[in-house]
Design a protein around this ligand. Structure first.
Ligand SMILES: [Fe+2]
Length: 161
């Protein structure tokens, strides 16, 4: 009888271990610090960047860009990250009317509205942006809306320093 009880105890113990393993495996993806987001691909700064653009979330109408700024390590949203924007106006020339600086909200989100970028010799229409956040490498990249597009949703993922 004692032997049968011993077996029962061992079976129960094995079950408890299995349950614990299942719990750890199930919980791990949400908590693992190894989780990563693919960093946003950098692109050319170009010759028209000017620091210190006015703080604003709109420099035109018709093209709305939204998303989150995130850390590549852990995909953590970065609140207070700075995004600087510049693009060509409808004439195809860069002008101060299409420059802006904004910060992400408490959830790391941003929303920027501008005019569809004007024709620019030898290149598809594009918006320039530079994103900075403490503890992360500055990201300089470009967004390429297709003609007729009115909304772009894209996360901007920064590499940890
Ligand atoms: Fe450009």
């Amino acid at each position: 009888m004692g032997g049968r009880l011993g077996i029962l105890r061992r079976v129960l113990a094995a079950g408890a271990v299995a349950a614990a393993v299942i719990t750890v495996v199930a919980v791990r993806p949400a908590t693992s610090p190894a989780q990563t987001c693919a960093p946003t691909k950098p692109d050319a700064l170009g010759p028209f960047y000017i620091p210190g653009a006015p703080e604003r979330e709109r420099t035109g109408r018709g093209l709305v860009v939204t998303g989150s700024v995130r850390s590549a390590t852990g995909c953590r949203p970065l609140s207070g990250a700075q995004i600087e924007w510049w693009s060509a106006g409808s004439s195809g020339d860069y002008d101060d009317a299409h420059r802006a600086t904004q910060r992400t909200d408490a959830q790391g989100r941003y929303r920027y509205e501008t005019d569809f970028p004007g024709k620019y010799p030898g290149r598809p229409p594009h918006l320039h942006l530079r994103v900075t956040a403490p503890g992360h490498r500055a990201l300089v990249t470009q967004i390429y809306p297709t003609p007729g597009q009115t909304a772009v949703d894209t996360d901007l993922v920064l590499v940890v320093n």
